[in-house]
Design a binder for this molecule. Structure first.
Ligand code: NAD
Length: 347
């Protein structure tokens, strides 16, 4: 008997590609359908896939297809929830790219529906599932750092505003939901997913609305950047229930060198993501330890493999949409605090 495979539809031909390729590389995964508004994008992706995936331009029709077990949602943020909702209502397992949603309310609605439907529901998180982040998370879980009491995490770009779809720069998009989400989810997970209690932040848009700071320094037409309605930077401080402090920042454009960094402060050791390093003091000697991980699987393969084992083997999902919801709450509180000019309490 051939081994059972999960039959997946990929929605959105941007980030859907690496996610779809990894599912297709997995011996227990199969891409049976693609869905996008743009047929040419689907056709070009389909060429590199085994089999002959069905092409859909209407996600509602796709969700009715009985030959699809699971749906990956990789559209602009504003479409994550409508499409994933339709999928879970039709009994499909669902995986959603980051961020979970364009608002807290939409995120809550989806998590409730997915949990009620009893389907596997998972976030695709390429930072959290990457080997360096997993290394730090595993060391944290085994107590290597002692008590982790403080962290800093940031994504800084010099000229990196994406505008290849308008979802990035319209309401529900923005730097914090795009890249802040990676830094925030990863550091929150490493810290052991503590309960957030308060947020104080600042945010704004200093480059995007002027047509500056765009990806590869390519200036978009005026009619594009005139629609700018999101943040291009946000930074703040999150305090957790057990007193842990987190400084978190995301800049799509700035006059600073680009970096993606997580720094951990523990009672027994400290750690940093890029380059992966441990700091400790042993018998009075300060040590900076470079960690050179062997080349392992890509994050996309870890993500696809886990999604498939949750569906076929009933394994407990380590990155359920509910995690995406907590991260969404923190993100929305960052943006809300900036708007109100005061601390926002959570919980
Ligand atoms: N590392 C990561 O995990 C990562 C990296 C990049 C982007 N993303 C996320 O992926 C999402 C898309 O970003 P992108 O860069 O791939 O954008 P993109 O513009 O390259 O791709 C989005 C695709 O969605 C399609 N689409 C839009 N509305 C649709 C609808 N209603 N039904 C079906 N298809 C629809 C578009 O035609 C387009 O082909 C964003 O939410 C972004 O945050 C995640």
């Amino acid at each position: 008997m051939p081994e059972k495979k999960v039959r997946v539809c990929i929605v959105g031909m941007g980030i859907g590609r690496p996610n779809g390729q990894a599912i297709s590389r997995n011996p227990r995964g199969e891409i049976v359908a693609l869905c996008d508004l743009l047929e040419d994008r689907m056709k070009s992706f389909a060429q590199g896939l085994p089999g002959d995936p069905k092409l859909y331009t209407d996600y509602k029709k796709m969700c009715k297809d009985p030959n699809i077990d699971a749906v990956f949602v990789g559209t602009p943020n504003q479409w994550h929830v409508p499409i994933a909702l339709e999928a879970v209502k039709n009994g499909k397992h669902v995986m959603v790219t980051k961020p979970l949603a364009d608002s807290e309310k939409a995120a809550e609605q989806l998590v409730e529906a997915a949990e009620d439907a009893g389907v596997v529901n998972m976030m695709s998180l390429s930072t959290r599932f990457g080997d360096p982040c997993r290394y730090l998370g595993e060391r944290a879980r085994e107590g290597y750092f002692g008590e982790l009491y403080y962290a800093r995490a940031r994504s800084v770009r010099r000229n990196g505003i994406p505008a290849w779809n308008l979802g990035f720069i319209k309401k529900g998009g923005g730097a914090f939901r795009d890249m802040g989400v990676h830094a925030l989810d990863a550091v929150w997970w490493i810290l052991g997913m503590p309960k957030p209690v308060a947020v104080l932040a600042a945010a704004g848009a200093k480059f995007g609305p002027r047509g500056l700071g765009y990806w590869d320094r390519t200036k978009p037409p005026r009619e594009v950047y005139e629609q700018y309605a999101a943040d291009d930077y946000a930074g703040g401080f999150i305090r957790f229930e057990n007193g842990i402090g987190l400084q978190i920042e995301s800049f799509w454009a700035s006059h600073q060198p680009g970096e993606f960094q997580i720094e951990l402060f523990g009672t027994e050791a400290g750690g940093q993501l890029s380059p992966l390093r441990i700091y400790r003091t042993d018998d009075g000697v300060e040590k900076n330890i470079e960690v050179n991980l062997p080349k392992g699987k890509e994050a996309w393969d870890h993500i696809a493999g886990h999604f498939i084992e949750c569906i076929l083997d009933g394994k407990e999902c380590s990155a359920p949409l509910r995690h995406g919801l907590v991260v969404q709450r923190m993100m929305e509180a960052v943006l809300k605090s900036a708007e109100l000019g005061k601390e926002v309490r959570l919980g």
